[in-house]
Write a protein that binds this ligand. Structure first.
Ligand code: CDP
Length: 220
């Protein structure tokens, strides 16, 4: 039997992470936070003084990493890096290492290994276009740059991290351009994906919409 996958792709701060985790919890599905993998690689490279632009060294470094997800926490070589990977600097680094095709290839099997019964919700940029291209339900979650910058700003303030709205807006714009413009698995909406604009949609409304689409898919 095919194990169902719901892919949720979209740009930074579109609400993907929160929405994807809630959908997974409601369905009792596994959850893949693929962005965390790129963030971990960026962090590990930084710790080893490897430049994020160095495709060969970054890929070699990624292949040595022991990455484990457990109870909403993520561990790199047995060290809890859940908070360390969430800084803006590491987010920027993640989008720089993510341009390397060799790194993306090295992370392919690890990502696909998350597909286990009863099902999976995959969150990222290329879940529906590359990693789980056969997924029966693909969602593309987005919002305007201003809305997303505002959300990221509030998120950082909530975590007592330094936040400057103008800088965040500029970083998001740069990150979007890099994610969409790269040659390997660029951020794009799959042809068969459903677009959800979240500017005027609450988290719970987005979750409900995805669950409804999923039920339609199953019973159609
Ligand atoms: O939290 P935010 O949405 O800003 O980012 P994330 O989902 O944690 O991903 C961080 C970076 O990893 C993104 O800017 C992408 O460049 C990259 N990424 C990717 O290339 N492919 C994925 N499937 C997931 C993330």
């Amino acid at each position: 039997m095919n194990i169902p996958v719901i892919t949720i792709d979209g740009p930074s701060a579109s609400g993907k992470g929160t929405v994807a985790q809630l959908v997974a919890a409601k369905l009792g599905f596994h959850y893949l936070d693929s962005g965390a993998l790129y963030r971990i690689v960026a962090l590990a490279a930084q710790q080893r003084n490897i430049a994020w632009s160095d495709a060969l060294a970054v890929t070699a470094c990624a292949k040595t990493l022991d990455i484990q997800f457990s109870n909403d926490r993520v561990f790199l070589n047995d060290i809890d890096v859940s908070d360390g990977i969430r800084t803006e600097a590491i987010g920027k680094g993640a989008s720089q290492v993510a341009v390397h095709a060799s790194l993306r290839a090295a992370l392919l099997d690890l990502q696909r290994s998350f597909l286990k019964a009863p099902g999976l919700v995959g969150d990222g940029r290329d879940m529906g276009t590359v990693i789980f291209a056969d997924a029966p339900l693909k969602i593309f979650l987005t919002a305007s740059t201003e809305t997303r910058a505002q959300r990221r700003y509030q998120q950082l303030l909530g975590k007592n991290q330094p936040a400057n709205f103008e800088e965040i807006l500029q970083d998001l714009t740069e990150r979007d351009a890099r994610d969409k413009g790269r040659a390997s698995a660029p951020l794009a909406m799959a042809e068969d994906a459903i677009l959800l604009e979240t500017d005027n949609l609450t988290i719970s409304a987005a979750v409900d919409a995805i669950l409804q689409h999923f039920h339609h898919k199953i019973y159609e």
